[in-house]
Design a protein around this ligand. Structure first.
Ligand code: RIB
Ligand code: CA
Length: 313
């Protein structure tokens, strides 16, 4: 049976490769929704359109890009060009040649797609949760219509990236995240301090650089900046794949080595711990454990999926 996805992006390198992994694995991408986050919002829209043009000859349907929120619900936030480069794929600034975004806004598109694929639609949230929160506030019945929300976000053990305790997607819009985690969606959460254990190591990077496919060359081009930043400033031995591991989990549950159903809440104060995800791992609060928290990834299975993607064309 076909699977129907909306992928919500703050379009930097890992968002782009996540879109490609969905397409490479034959799921129906019913929409790409754009939300505030990594870099200047207009460039996030341009990146998504430009990325779709790169694979246009390999995909047999027009994938629609729906602009969404360009700011968080309540709080201010900052973009992170230092992490991903000014263009989100390094400092290169790209523009689509022909493709243009849809006039329809993302929250409305999400609601319409949830109606069209009621009970089947899956939402891949590899970005701040503002668009999904807005759709939920517009029509709470979306909770019953969306089959699954796959979230790249938060931390398990409080080791963040944008602050010492908060992961960027949740920190950008903690109010939206708090709404989404408490709305009743069936969530699987892939946390930052989980995925940092599964970076692309030197030998794997060299293997990718030696590949003779357009996709492998594209990958090296768009990840070079992020890899250098992660190794220099985030104590990592290579480039991490927060979005792509979340996408791989969504596509193939065998990528999950261990997970637990737990209640997760979000700190949305304007304070030191803004954006912290709080996991009730001892069930102290007795609240329904609506989130599946992933605690272990099978890196071999993930890397197999990455190399399958890089060998596409
Ligand atoms: O914290 C990592 C996440 O923040 C990734 O999704 C990255 O693209 C940014 O959105
Ligand atoms: Ca992202």
């Amino acid at each position: 049976m076909a699977r129907h996805f909306v992928i919500d992006c703050d379009t930097a390198e890992d968002d782009i490769m996540s879109l490609y992994m969905l397409l490479r694995n034959g799921v129906e991408v019913e929409g790409v929704t754009i939300v505030e986050g990594n870099i200047a919002y207009e460039q996030e829209v341009n990146n998504a359109l430009w990325a779709l043009e790169f694979v246009s000859g390999k995909v047999n349907k027009d994938i629609k890009v729906y602009p969404g929120s360009d700011r968080s619900l309540v709080k201010s936030f900052k973009t992170v060009e230092n992490v991903h480069g000014k263009g989100g794929i390094g400092d290169e600034i790209v523009r689509p040649k022909k493709l243009r975004p849809e006039p329809k806004r993302a929250p409305q598109a999400i609601l319409e797609l949830a109606d069209r694929y009621a009970g089947e639609l899956e939402f891949l949230a590899i970005s701040p949760l503002t668009n999904l929160a807005l759709a939920y506030l517009m029509d709470k019945s979306i909770v019953e219509k969306v089959k699954k929300v796959w979230v790249m976000g938060g931390t398990i053990y409080g080791r963040g990236n944008i602050t010492p305790v908060a992961e960027f997607n949740i920190w950008v819009d903690p109010d939206a995240a708090k709404l989404v985690f408490n709305a009743g969606f069936d969530i699987t959460m892939v946390a930052w301090d989980l995925i940092t254990n599964y970076v692309v190591e030197e030998d794997e990077w060299e293997r990718i650089k030696a590949m003779d496919t357009e996709m492998a060359k594209f990958y090296v081009r768009i990840y070079k900046h992020y890899r250098e930043f992660a190794m220099k400033h985030q104590k990592m031995r290579g480039n991490p794949h927060p979005d792509l591991i979340t996408t791989a989990v969504a596509l193939n549950r065998e990528v999950i080595k261990r997970s637990e159903r737990q209640y997760v809440d979000v700190e949305n104060c304007d304070c030191l711990t803004r954006g912290m995800t709080v996991i009730d791992y001892l069930d102290l609060w007795g609240k329904e454990p609506k989130a599946e928290v992933v605690y272990g990834i099978d890196k071999d299975k993930f890397m197999d999926m990455l190399f399958h993607l890089l060998s596409w064309f």
